[in-house]
Write a new protein. Structure first.
Length: 810
């Protein structure tokens, strides 16, 4: 028949085999659990905890006071992306960190960890830096008593160590400082716990303060619709995280108010300059009116003499006011036009401040706002790309287009204003002609003075009104941004999270163990029972021999000690099943071999001979393993003479036959190891020896060398009536079955059979393999079983530790 191909991995799931592998792996799994437990404990114990605090700010760009007064707040550019960049900017963080005790950091150093004593140090240091080399250098403090301490630090591979007095200024070459103790009891407690109060402090480099803490700061958009920003900070000190976040939030609100007031301050400065100028003009005009009245004897309380020109005066005043407004707007726009043409980088806030009060303010401000938006977009993009990027080039082109639109609009407005001024001047000339034709010079001069005074007074009142409006606007700058959620000091760290670490470790351990068991199951290629042999070969199995319960150092004759034991019964099954292989009474020669050493061929040969002898058969065992003889060890005798000396003619057969403890069982050892074992084993002398022994014995058992190592055994198998191939459970590889098939198909050994050795009847899986083999055979072998009365070994229940030890040896 064609044999089934033996797979490299287990293709079918066998619950019995899997349980056996689990039992076999318990020691290793226990070791993995122990390693995992120690690793988790060490990680949780010696990893500094990481804490996280966060605050939520809502950004609001609307100013209610400005809405009431219909004033556009020109500095409301609080886009969320800009806010994030502002908070993360170096200047803002420098301003913020200056409010926190970041200049110096205190530490307490233990055996494995160092803890930052943020706002909790039992001592404080006041210092003056003389040389920047002391920045970021650990300076160690060891308190001797309440009055003295030792100081030590290393700079440029040079260690400085000195004793100093607490509370006094210490002047070193690099630094001047004073140490003050705040809580000496805490120092004593630390000393009791660690046997040494190992404190140290670091004076931080201002540049590194921002750089190091920026890595721990996260600013993200929380909800774009609600315009909320989340500010979070992580550190190994819980108090520090909440302090940093709250300080950043509070400083942002203050900074926001300050930046929003900057534009109004510029506008107010312009108004105050104009106000001062107008006050001078008004004072001068009042003095001129007063002097004119005294000179021309005009009563201060009598204005009747000016009534005839009141109509002309009103019209004249209105026209001159318009001309003044036009000139003011013209000069303002001309100034802006020159600024835009001369400067590539525009200060939008300055331009908007200059425009305040002009009629074109609304339209020009809308163009400037678009310009500002484009500039902001460009600044944000430049954080990630270079100036040559396509997006930057597109924005630059849009900025240039907006500037051209602004210049063109200003130019057309200037032309329009110039035309309006000429028209007003013509009207003014007409009114002057009418005024001078009907009134005296004094009346006209007096009217002019009054007109100038009225114009200046009106313009001054407008400035006062604008100033009041912007002052009210400034009062409305109680930051519209709101801290929705203040940071609180966290009680639990975010890392290491004990629960997550334990869950992750357990899951990882389970996956590792399951993966290990699955891989071990897939690659497990050892023969576990008779069913493995039967599945891949047609060679009959004579039986399965159980693992002997007591450990023996070498293969020994054991069946006669307890003839009714399970062990002896297994060999009876083999003996009985041999009758179905060959029932010829002339069949006397049994050859036993295996693939490699250690599978138990000598053990099977000795005890099979013993069981045959116990049954009344006369048996002799020949040790033909001339390279690695074992029979003399099995019978505890010397190996001075034997088969090798017989084959070379040194000794006769009768001189080498020895008697065992069993009456009808004799044996011949291998003798000294010869230099040419193959030639001796294949010589004709072997046949002569066998022919001489056959009439004297019922069975001749030949213990041959392993077939997988040397070919000597083939000759013995070919001349044998019962060629028996031995395999050992959980030791022999499934690939060894190829040798069986090769012998059956190529060597034409029709009577070839197999014995499975070393079945563990105490394990669930081994017991299954043994029970399967125990009833397997030819007719007569079916009669044996556990309940047949032949088994008299007392099964002692093993403890868990004994089982672990037993399985670990498998």
């Amino acid at each position: 028949m064609s044999e089934k191909k033996i797979p490299l991995i287990n293709e079918k799931f066998d619950i019995g085999l899997f349980v056996y592998i689990v039992k076999k792996s318990l020691i290793l799994i226990g070791l993995l659990i122990g390693i995992a437990a120690v690793s988790v404990f060490a990680y949780l114990r010696y990893t500094l905890p990481t804490y996280k605090s966060s605050s939520i700010i809502q950004i609001n760009t609307k100013n209610q006071t400005n809405q009431l007064l219909n004033i556009e707040n020109v500095s409301d550019n609080n886009e969320l992306a800009q806010i994030i960049e502002l908070i993360r900017s170096t200047e803002f963080l420098k301003r913020t960190f200056n409010k926190l005790p970041f200049q110096i950091t205190y530490f307490s150093e233990g055996t494995f960890l160092k803890n930052e004593l943020y706002k909790n140090a039992p001592f404080t240091i006041e210092f003056n830096i003389k040389n920047n080399i002391v920045y970021d250098i650990p300076i160690y403090i060891e308190f001797i008593d309440k009055l003295n301490f030792n100081l030590s630090f290393t700079i440029n591979e040079k260690t400085i160590e000195k004793k100093f007095t607490i509370g006094e200024w210490i002047d070193l070459d690099l630094i001047e400082f004073k140490l003050t103790v705040n809580n000496y009891n805490a120092i004593l407690e630390e000393h009791d716990e660690l046997t040494k109060n190992n404190y140290f402090f670091i004076i931080n480099n201002p540049i590194n303060i921002i750089k190091d803490n920026l890595l721990k700061l996260k600013v993200n958009i929380l909800n774009p619709s609600a315009q909320t920003v989340d500010i979070s900070f992580t550190d190994n000190n819980a108090t520090k995280t909440s302090d940093v976040v709250n300080t950043i939030s509070e400083e942002f609100l203050k900074y926001d108010v300050e930046k929003k007031k900057e534009s109004d301050q510029q506008i107010l400065a312009f108004i105050e300059d104009q106000e001062s100028l107008l006050l001078k003009n008004i004072d001068q005009t009042e003095r001129e009116i007063h002097d004119f009245k005294q000179l021309n004897n005009i009563e201060l309380t009598n204005q009747d003499n000016v009534k005839p020109i009141s109509i002309y005066l009103t019209k004249f005043t209105e026209i001159e006011t318009e001309i003044l407004n036009i000139e003011f707007e013209y000069s303002t726009l001309k100034r802006i036009n020159e600024y835009v043409n001369k400067n590539s980088n525009l200060n939008i806030l300055d331009l908007i401040a200059i425009l305040s009060g002009t009629k074109s303010e609304g339209l020009i401000v809308s163009i400037l706002n678009k310009l500002q938006d484009l500039i902001n977009q460009k600044e944000i993009l430049l954080n990630d790309v270079t100036k040559n990027n396509h997006q930057i080039q597109v924005i630059d082109k849009q900025v240039q287009n907006q500037k051209e639109i602004l210049i063109e609009f200003i130019s057309s407005t200037l032309s329009r204003l110039a035309s309006q001024k000429e028209d007003y001047k013509k009207k003014l000339a007409e009114y002057e002609e009418q005024l001078f034709s009907k009134n005296t010079y004094n009346e006209i001069e007096y009217a002019k003075l009054n007109r100038i005074y009225s114009i200046n007074e009106g313009f001054y009142n407008q400035l006062i009104e604008k100033k009041a409006q912007y002052l009210i606007s400034q009062a409305g700058f109680v930051s519209q941004n709101i801290i929705l959620e203040k940071a609180v000091t966290p009680l639990l760290p975010i890392s290491p999270d004990k629960k997550n670490v334990l869950v992750f470790s357990i899951v990882l351990l389970l996956l590792t163990c399951v993966g290990f068991l699955v891989v071990r199951y897939l690659i497990y290629n050892e023969i576990t029972g008779v069913h493995d042999i039967k599945e891949y070969t047609s060679v009959p199995v004579l039986g399965a021999v159980p693992l002997y319960k007591t450990k023996v150092p070498v293969s020994q004759l054991l069946v006669h000690y307890k003839p009714n034991s399970m062990f002896a019964e297994a060999f009876r099954t083999v003996r009985s099943n041999m009758q179905f292989i060959n029932n010829d009474e002339t069949s006397k020669l049994i050859a036993i071999s295996s693939t490699i050493s250690g599978e138990g061929k000598t053990f099977i040969a000795v005890n099979l001979g013993g069981i045959l002898a116990i049954s009344g058969k006369k048996v002799i065992i020949l040790d033909m393993d001339l390279r690695k003889p074992r029979i003399h060890l099995s019978f505890s005798t010397d190996n001075s003479k034997g088969m090798s000396t017989i084959l070379i003619g040194k000794n006769s057969i009768s001189e080498c036959i020895r008697q065992s403890d069993i009456k009808d069982l004799q044996y011949i050892t291998a003798g000294p190891v010869p230099p040419n074992p193959s030639e001796l084993a294949m010589s004709k002398k072997v046949d002569e020896i066998l022919n001489e022994l056959k009439p004297l014995y019922d069975f001749i058992i030949i213990d041959t060398p392993p077939l997988g190592i040397v070919t000597d055994a083939i000759n013995h198998f070919q001349r044998a009536d019962f060629p028996i191939y031995v395999m050992k459970a959980n030791f022999s590889k499934r690939a060894f079955i190829h040798n069986l098939n090769h012998l059956l198909n190529n060597s034409k050994l029709t009577n070839l059979s197999c014995v499975l050795n070393g079945i563990d009847v105490y394990s669930r899986y081994g017991g299954y393999g043994y029970r399967y083999a125990y009833g397997y055979g030819y007719g007569y072998g079916y009669g044996y079983g556990y309940g047949s009365g032949y088994y008299d070994e007392k099964v002692v229940k093993k403890t868990f530790l004994q089982k672990l030890k037993f399985w670990s040896k498998k």
